[in-house]
Write a protein that binds this ligand. Structure first.
Ligand code: PRP
Ligand code: URA
Length: 208
């Protein structure tokens, strides 16, 4: 499987705070954003740079910069929006798309209700954002929609993932690398991730 798990004491620390049921909305949102920034850092490890000449106060030299316009961040609504601040802090000129998806509470099947992506998305590398990868249904459908628009390079960034979801996404879309801050134990009978962090959208927006 094409899965990269962030193994770092700082991530474990931030995840412990994030998972704690006592963590309130403000801190939860800040932590989601910070962890997203680390996921983005890892996921962009192998991007290609463009050579430029820079003149320091001392001398001219050749170095490299990122052509930010070649990249797009696409959060899956609602919870994925919580990751956007973090990633645009590090790549502020990337373009942004939105995919609206919710899980039917009885069937656990994803329902798509919104899709808006930047023009020329087929020429950009996309970083799809969603803090939770549970059954994998939402991720699979979102990737299908992007591929339907001609996107060739997609990366999926999630904070917590379940083994069941990782397997499902990897099977359907083996070409999509999945960057996750942590792989949890399993899904429960309601398809919630255990130990997980509860409902990410509700905790980000304080809706329950
Ligand atoms: C959550 C989460 C993912 C999805 C994961 O969204 O943010 O999009 O569930 O589950 P899956 O892997 O089984 O598809 P939810 O449906 O709760 O919507 P929300 O973000 O609007 O709260
Ligand atoms: N969506 C969430 O927000 N949390 C889960 O554990 C599973 C799906």
């Amino acid at each position: 499987m094409n899965v990269i798990e962030l193994n770092h004491p700082l991530i474990e620390h931030k995840l412990a705070l994030l998972r704690d049921e006592k963590t309130g909305t403000k801190e939860f949102r800040e932590l989601v954003s910070e962890i997203a920034m680390f996921l983005c850092y890892e996921a962009m490890k192998n991007v290609e740079l463009t050579e430029v000449e820079v003149k320091t106060p001392i001398e001219k030299f050749k170095t490299h910069i990122l052509d930010e316009d070649k990249y797009a961040f696409v959060p899956i609504l609602r919870a994925g929006m919580g990751m956007l601040d973090g990633v645009i802090t590090v790549v502020p000129n990337a373009k942004i798309g939105h995919i609206g998806m919710y899980r039917n509470e009885e069937t656990f099947e994803p329902v798509n209700y919104f899709f808006k992506v930047p023009k020329n998305i087929d020429k950009k590398e996309v970083f799809l954002l969603d803090p939770m990868l549970a059954t994998g249904g939402s991720a699979i459908d979102a990737i299908d929609l992007l591929k339907g628009k001609g996107v060739k390079k997609i990366n999926f960034l999630c904070i917590i993932s379940a083994p069941e979801g990782l397997e499902a996404v990897s099977k359907k879309h083996p070409d999509v690398p999945i960057y996750t801050a942590h792989i949890d134990r399993e899904l429960n009978e309601n398809k919630y991730i255990c130990p997980g962090l509860g409902d990410a959208g509700d905790r980000i927006y304080g809706t329950k």
